[in-house]
Design a protein around this ligand. Sequence first.
Ligand code: NDP
Ligand code: OXD
Length: 312
Amino acid sequence: MRISFCCSDTKPQPWVDGLKAAFPDADVTLWAAGAAPADYAVVWAPPQQFFDEQKQLKGIFNIGAGVDALMKLRLPAGVPVVRLDDAGMSAQMAEYVCHAVIRHFRELDAYEADMAGGKWSYRKPRLRTDFPIGVMGLGVLGERVSRALAQFDFPVNGWSRSAKTIEGVRCYSGDAGGQGFQDFLAASRILVCLLPLTPDTMGIMNLDTLSRLQPGGYVINVARGSHLVDGDLITLIDNGHLAGATLDVFRTEPLPSDHPFWKHPRITITPHTSARTLREESIAQIAGKIRSLAGGAPISTLAGVVDPKKGY
Ligand code: NDP
Ligand code: OXD
């Protein structure tokens, strides 16, 4: 068996070594132009040339949960694309989002500023019933995040394309043009984005949708930068409809040094780190799936297979 690793922005050698350890009898290599045809590809944002050359692939494994970068490429027809299915990301995402929500709800930034200024003062406790949270996307990550938030007794709403039932979460469904989405927005004050980036979800957080959040709204984007219209967010924060935002993902990464998000007093930013790919867990998951496929298991038995029509 031949496995080719091709990744645009990760140190490749530990991945190649990890895959070699999982498949001691296979030929595992770091892809270079002109490389011999591989059976399986393990990739993150590879160049188009990779797929133009690799004509014998039986499976493409993405070392992230989001496949938007892959979906922009011409992929070989009929070859399954498999994304990471959690692999340690949902716990990280739950930590990050709960932290951002609680930091905002408990006004911890204001307390920190007071204490830094030598000021010992109290703020009136806020009611969590006044801070309903809406989670867009109730997949592997969104469901875990919604359940974690519900554990803190926040009212939690969730929205997904297909209908769901999640204990402690009021679930809305349908597409972005439907009544379910409008009702979900109107019922939410804090908005968390955990959607995949597809043509349907690009720019979904914009002047119209964010204006529909309850006054004093707050935005947490941990999915992809292109879900958000940056200027619309700033307009709504500056005019007082939104209280602020925590953003982990950006249209251009790294965030350009002159982007207004860097210095906006009500926007907290982190460098796309809310849920990191954990190498060992990911290799174990991918290796298990390659073994299943190589052993003749039907692709429908694998978790995380991307539906090319949906784009996620
Ligand atoms: P899943 O595919 O498991 O879940 C996606 C969810 O979004 C599903 O509930 C799906 O609905 C819903 N959805 C998709 N399109 C629409 C639509 N048009 N309208 C309404 N709902 C929609 O993905 P994951 O939970 O694993 O990951 C989500 C995203 O998080 C990734 O695509 C990636 O972009 C991002 N991510 C960010 C990371 C970071 O560090 N910042 C790390 C990892 C992931 P349905 O269930 O009905 O199909
Ligand atoms: C992912 C990511 O999609 O890291 O896994 O953003």
